[in-house]
Design a protein around this ligand. Structure first.
Ligand code: B12
Ligand code: SF4
Length: 501
């Protein structure tokens, strides 16, 4: 069958810092290719709508799948579905991905017939059964399927994540993928899932708190197959298990692979497995996101981060000793007043690290979607990008954005200052010499995009598609009802029970 897979456009406020390959979509493509289907992929982060229109007419897909990891992309995906049905009325259009999995039937209703199905959960296990069912019938029996007729069987977790390999070769314009100065940059997955249970995050609910590891040989083979000199490791929390991180490092050393890496991890994991991070620093690990989330004990408690502020500070020291640059993430609570923003500015200026701010956002799939007592002030999908306030702010909204942007600008100026003396100018020149302009554009675009009036104006756009209303609970019925995948393989359940944080 001719299958076309599409990733929507980049999110405006994060595109400044990064644009990364759609790894999940590439893995779904890999599964379909392995079963003998003809697959075409298009990423609107790096291609235009005109490319999409042209490809639809030339490739004439029998099925089109659109990836929806981010809520903010849902309106665009619904519009694209209408356009597809207009030119190819017989084409089967379906959605899949992280965010849409939690609100599948709502989105189907909103699409008013333009979307035939949503595949919830991991796409590798359901794509081939879906394509077979489109041809032979029996769509209602596909794992994870939701159609206008209702829910089919639950989504199925893969036993192991070694295969299928992401079909990277299908993506055009790969040189446009980057994160910060790692330009161009590919992505890879060493583990899947997270055993912790932070209240604002849906990574753990999606995978039912399971945790799976790629085999070290498969991980190193895949890394060796990547052409880009830079790699983002997409794991929710990298190197939770020291022996796994060490085993991949050994396989990478054996093959003599040399790249520069960016990853995400937790402070307690960095402190517990410092040796592993040191070994990876030797292999080229340059940057890491550290989700500190809050500067005070109350905030850490509220987000159920299970890390103390002392551990966070020690982790920063550990990373500095290893020469790894940290991007600290802090969650901005819409309840903040000017004092709290000032404190964050002071903190950001007092540490050499990059500080990244995201606004506390209850979204489907998270615990706070059900427990947050504050009412949503908007249900416009496009504002659920954790750069906008979607619950009431203590400051008037305009002032909240003014404080937010002022804080971000102070932080950004600091980096440009630090960057100039620490050699970013050299990096910039090197990238430009190789025709890589993503990092340079990022430095110049900040002021245009991060602008309080623009953020405020985003709230006044006409709204065509809205999120469903949350179903409130006190959280008393345990965590199981939040899980999307409910049956983890036995080995994964074992690994997932022991976060020592
Ligand atoms: C790695 C990651 C990042 C990285 C890289 C992002 C990137 N573009 O690659 C970084 C740290 C930079 C990042 C940034 C952001 N992220 Co992020 N990120 C993740 C994370 C941890 C893993 C994503 C991943 O690559 N997984 C591995 C691949 C293989 O899995 P996958 O993409 O989910 O695909 C599988 C399924 O979803 C499904 N699938 C996917 N597409 C399709 C399509 C079809 C047709 C089908 C059938 C199935 C299918 O099958 C795939 C294979 O199993 C997820 C949490 C999670 N565990 O999912 C959050 C997550 C997706 N991010 C989130 C957010 C909010 C953001 C930011 C907006 C935060 C910010 N403002 O800074 C930015 C936006 C960046 C951007 N535009 O890409 C939220 C999404 C929230 C929401 N509901 O909208 C998540 C869920 C985390 C959370 N907080 O709960 N992110
Ligand atoms: S540790 Fe990170 S990925 Fe895991 S639940 Fe918390 S925020 Fe989500």
């Amino acid at each position: 069958m001719r299958l076309m897979l599409v990733h929507p456009s980049a999110l405006m406020y994060s595109e400044i810092f990064l644009r990364l390959e759609p790894l999940g979509l590439e893995r779904v493509a890999g599964a379909a290719l392995a079963a003998g289907h003809e697959v075409h992929a298009l990423d609107l982060q790096v291609s235009s709508r005109r490319d999409l229109d042209r490809d639809l007419l030339q490739f004439r897909p029998e099925a089109v799948g659109i990836s929806l990891n981010y809520l903010a992309n849902i309106p665009e995906a619904i519009d694209i579905s209408h356009a597809i049905k207009h030119v190819l009325p017989g084409c089967f259009v379906f959605f899949g991905g992280h965010s849409v999995s939690f609100i599948a039937s709502h989105v189907l209703d909103q699409a008013r017939g333009a979307v035939d199905a949503v595949l919830r959960g991991e796409g590798e296990t359901s794509i081939v059964p879906l394509l077979t069912a489109i041809r032979d019938g029996g769509i209602g029996g596909v794992p994870g399927i939701v159609t206008a007729d209702g829910f089919g069987p639950g989504p199925r977790l893969m036993e192991a994540i070694d295969a299928p390999r992401p079909a990277r070769h299908l993506m055009r314009n790969r040189r446009r993928y980057f994160i910060g100065e790692l330009d161009p940059c590919a992505s890879i997955e060493f583990t899947r899932g997270c055993p912790w249970d932070c209240s604002f995050c849906s990574a753990w609910t999606f995978y039912g708190r399971s945790y799976r590891k790629a085999s070290p040989e498969a991980a190193a083979d895949e890394l060796a197959s990547i052409a880009e000199p830079n790699v983002f490791i997409v794991d929710d929390v990298a190197f939770i298990k020291a022996e796994h991180g060490d085993a991949i490092a050994a396989a990478v050393e054996k093959r003599g692979i040399r790249k520069r890496y960016y990853l995400e991890t937790r402070s307690d994991v960095l402190l517990r497995n410092t040796d592993v991070f040191e070994r990876w620093a030797g292999l080229g690990l340059k940057y890491m996101f550290l989700g500190m989330e809050a500067l005070d004990a109350d905030g850490l408690e509220l987000y159920r981060k299970r890390v103390s502020q002392d551990q966070n500070i020690q982790a920063l020291e550990a990373a500095r000793k290893l020469g790894i640059m940290v991007a600290i993430n802090l969650i901005v609570d819409p309840a903040w007043d000017t004092d709290q923003f000032r404190m964050v500015r002071e903190f950001a200026l007092s540490v050499p690290e990059i500080v990244h701010l995201t606004v506390l956002t209850p979204y489907p799939g998270t615990e706070i979607w059900h427990t947050e007592a504050r009412r949503l002030t908007t249900r416009d999908y496009r504002l659920f990008d954790i750069q906008h306030a979607v619950v009431p702010t203590t400051l008037p909204l305009g002032q909240f954005y003014a404080e937010l942007v002022r804080t971000q600008a102070v932080i950004n100026r600091k980096h440009l200052g630090v960057a100039a003396v620490t050699g970013a100018a050299r990096v910039l020149a090197r990238n430009l010499a190789h025709g890589q302009t993503n990092f340079a554009r990022m430095l110049w675009r900040f002021n245009r995009v991060y602008n309080p009036s623009r953020q405020l104006a985003d709230h006044n756009r006409p709204v065509r598609y809205e999120l469903p209303l949350p179903v409130h609970s006190t959280g008393g019925s345990g965590q199981q009802p939040l899980f999307l995948h409910t049956r983890a393989p036995a080995h994964a359940r074992q690994a997932g029970t022991a976060p020592s944080g």
